[in-house]
Design a binder for this molecule. Structure first.
Ligand code: ADP
Length: 412
């Protein structure tokens, strides 16, 4: 069966068509600037690629264009949309309602809508993506795969915040965690890769990309994760500040600064502070130059002190989470690096593991060099350190196939 994987953002729609017979990617693409001037589609299938520039007013038009290019005589890979057996959608927030992926029906859509306040930027866009595909592919099953689902096994002591309990009971204010599909994929695949069972194993996954999160996984189940009610909590990220004293929000709201560092002269709202914390902080805010870790590395190598500080803060934060998760689980057997930074930045991996010999993690500098799926710790290191490239799309496609063929999601 061919499965289409869709990740809809507020002005974008990413897709990948996967042939589940052999799990081969047939085509992928990105519709950008939906509803904005300059909208376009970038599409590739094997060696061939193309860009289509035309007005794309809404998500339905984006879905139409995606189907058109997938059937294009030159760049397409299918003759008819009937070849698409089902569509799997990435959905950011499932609140505390979803512990696994779901076949989309009216109740599931209503629940995604109920989670709008928890994921105000993503959930409305994700639902638009689902509804657009329903319209242009009438009768094709749609599946929702939630970024939060894998983390629903966290115990209350890990997911509760220390605010009055009624906020959790009435308004569901608690830790949810994100990147769940990636954490699930990597925590499963690393065990297959090492030829071991996840049962009895304590694993720390470091998903380090533009957005970054760590998770503590024991017996294959998530025990804790660094992102919270929203993806803002936890590590320093590309443009997000990560965890800080909540009182900083009030202080910044009362004493805001202009871009040039001079006082703005009047208070700003909490929403405006959160905008700074989400979009102007992290590597970008500390370096003042870039949110991209490659640029930070180049700047640091050239002696830029702010870039060096940003690098140090990122590494220090990852180390602290590894230490705390090892303590929380009573040890750690495997540490896994994944996503853009985790998979590609061997120098950062080395800095993170440096100094963790006391807990049995010893890096092999030769094995750590370069990319790809591999063990990077020394033979005999008590903790096995690995790089596992993530593949959220394949996980979404597998869940989708399971749900449309058996009605149940396997633990794959
Ligand atoms: P997203 O969270 O948007 O999916 P990614 O997982 O693609 O992000 O990660 C983006 C980060 O990964 C950037 O900071 C970038 O510098 C880093 N990165 C991506 N590719 C490479 C590479 N080949 N070498 C070093 N760093 C990389």
């Amino acid at each position: 069966m061919k499965i289409l994987v869709v990740n809809a953002g507020s002005s974008s729609l990413k897709y990948q068509l996967i042939d589940m017979d052999g799990e081969k990617e047939l085509a992928k693409g990105l519709v950008e600037r939906i509803g904005i001037e300059g909208s376009r589609l970038k599409h590739s299938a094997g060696e061939k690629s193309t860009v289509v520039e035309e007005a794309i007013p809404d998500h339905e038009a984006a879905a139409q264009l995606m189907l058109k290019i997938l059937q294009d005589p030159e760049y397409g890979v299918i003759r008819s949309t009937d070849e698409i057996g089902a569509v799997g959608h990435r959905v950011l927030h499932g609140g505390n309602k979803f512990t696994a992926s779901m076949l989309v029906n009216a109740d599931v859509k209503a629940a995604i809508r109920e989670c709008f306040p928890l994921g105000p930027l993503h959930n409305p866009a994700n639902l638009m993506g689902i509804e657009a595909c329903e319209k242009v592919m009438k009768g094709t099953p749609q599946v929702a795969v939630f970024d939060t689902a894998f983390h629903q096994t966290m115990p209350p002591k890990a997911y509760m915040y220390g605010v009055p309990k009624m906020y959790e009971e009435k308004l569901h204010v608690r830790r949810y965690g994100f990147h769940g599909t990636s954490h699930r994929y990597v925590s499963r695949w690393v065990c297959e890769f090492l030829g071991i069972s996840p049962i009895g194993k304590k694993i720390i996954i470091c998903h380090l990309g533009n957005g970054s999160s760590l998770s503590a996984v024991m017996d294959g189940k998530c025990q804790d994760t660094s992102m919270g009610l929203t993806p803002l909590e936890g590590l320093l990220m590309g443009t997000r500040c990560g965890s800080c004293d909540p009182a900083v929000v009030q202080f910044m709201a009362n004493n805001p600064l202009k871009e040039d560092g001079t006082p703005l002269g009047h208070p700003i709202s909490v929403d405006e502070v959160l905008n700074i914390m989400n979009k102007k902080s992290g590597l970008l805010g500390i370096s003042g130059k870039s949110s991209d870790c490659r640029d930070i590395d180049d700047l640091a190598a050239a002696g830029d002190e702010n870039a060096i500080l940003a690098q140090e803060m990122l590494v220090y934060g990852i180390k602290k989470y590894i230490g705390s998760y090892a303590a929380a689980m009573g040890g750690v057997d495997i540490i896994c690096f994944t996503a853009g930074i985790g998979e590609n930045n061997d120098a950062l991996r080395a800095k993170v593991i440096e100094g963790l010999e006391f807990m049995g993690a010893e890096l092999d500098p030769e094995k750590n060099k370069g990319r790809g799926e591999k063990v990077i710790s020394k033979d005999g290191s008590k903790v096995t350190v690995c790089v596992i490239p993530t593949n959220e799309e394949i996980m979404i496609a597998r869940d989708t196939l399971d749900l449309v063929t058996t009605g149940k999601v396997r633990d794959h």
